[in-house]
Design a protein around this ligand. Structure first.
Ligand SMILES: Cc1cc2nc3c(=O)[nH]c(=O)nc-3n(C[C@H](O)[C@H](O)[C@H](O)COP(=O)(O)OP(=O)(O)OC[C@H]3O[C@@H](n4cnc5c(N)ncnc54)[C@H](O)[C@@H]3O)c2cc1C
Length: 300
């Protein structure tokens, strides 16, 4: 819950939603660094979310949603607008209706993957080990070598900038590598269309994938981020290695040598150092290998 209350004057005081002014965002991100949000709230349901969204729309206040914060770098100046986190139970429900699963945007992706596997529903197990929420995964079309989440999404309930809620299906949804056409709406829930399969086989497949995923991620710290999208036909990791970029660092932000598409940060690392490191790695790959990498991590 937001640590502050609506005790001082904010543009949201009359809405019956607890809004914290000047909330630090570092605890809401994996990197654990960066400035705060002008306003922060965790609405209890869709109605409360709608009131906040409409007020931001009417007053010209920028609004962003934070999921698990595993793909966000908050700048040291922070984000002056409203940051919303869909952490309330109303946004985290997971409903199994074989062969489909519907999950709230605030549900952890790992919980949805586990629910699918337990119910004997195949198609999400390759996502095990990817941190974050359903909302973040669907918006960014998260995936692994085994496939992307978007290939299983059949419908998405979204809130528009004016607070209206609609469900998008079929040709209204588009997913490409680490991209979707949902980047200008708030995802409230998603429905996944899956295939029935033996829970035992699925569990084994998920465990195998989990071992691979864990062995490819930095261990011993949560203050990590994945830097770049994989270009078509190759991986960002191999390009960074080819360019000799695995030893690069800026201050206490460093490329994670064993898996060079990750960066790790030390305590109190300034956000600007992380940003500078991402640019340095990008420039190194461009100059030495001739490929322009696209950042995955989003700077706020
Ligand atoms: C150790 C580690 C391993 C990773 N491995 C992978 C991997 O294998 N594959 C991969 O694809 N990614 C990977 N990532 C990146 C990241 O985990 C994914 O991009 C993840 O899907 C982000 O989800 P999140 O909830 O943390 O989103 P956040 O980081 O909170 O947000 C990311 C973006 O999504 C938006 N967003 C979040 N929720 C909503 C919502 N409800 N409505 C609208 N917009 C929303 C945010 O505004 C922001 O623009 C990894 C990251 C780390 C740190």
């Amino acid at each position: 819950m937001a640590s502050g209350t609506a005790s001082c004057d904010t543009p949201f005081d009359d809405l019956g939603v607890a809004v914290a002014p000047r909330e630090p965002l570092a605890p809401h991100t994996w990197l654990g660094i960066g400035g705060g949000a002008g306003y922060f709230c965790e609405p209890v349901d869709v109605d409360a979310l709608g009131r906040i969204v409409r007020r931001c729309h009417d007053r010209g206040i920028s609004l962003r949603v934070i999921g698990g914060g595993s793909n966000v770098l908050v700048s040291s100046g922070g984000f002056p607008g409203m940051v919303v986190r869909l952490s309330a139970p109303a946004f985290s429900k997971i409903t199994v209706e074989a062969p489909a699963i519907t999950a709230g945007a605030g549900a952890k992706l790992v919980h949805v993957v586990s629910a699918a596997v337990q119910a004997g529903l195949a198609g999400l197990e390759m996502l095990v080990g990817i941190p974050g929420t359903v909302g973040g995964a669907v918006v960014g079309n998260a995936g692994s070598r085994g496939g992307d989440v978007g290939s299983r999404v059949s419908a998405v309930t979204v809130m528009l900038a004016d607070g209206a809620v609609e469900t998008r299906e079929g040709s209204a949804l588009a997913f490409q590598s680490r991209w979707s056409n949902l980047d200008d709406v708030i995802v409230i829930a998603a429905r996944f269309e899956l295939d029935e399969e033996s829970p035992d086989l699925l569990t084994k497949r998920m465990q195998k994938q989990w071992i691979v995923e864990r062995s490819e991620q930095p261990s011993g710290t949560r203050a990590v981020a994945m830097m770049f999208k994989d270009p078509l036909g190759t991986t960002a990791e191999s390009l960074i290695e080819q360019s000799g970029g695995r030893d690069l660092r800026v201050g206490s932000a460093a490329v994670y040598g064993p898996h060079a598409n990750y960066l790790v940060v030390g305590a109190d690392c300034p956000s600007d150092d992380v940003r500078a490191l991402v640019e340095l790695v990008r420039a190194t790959v461009r100059d030495r290998v001739g490929v322009e990498l696209t950042p995955l991590i989003e700077v706020w």
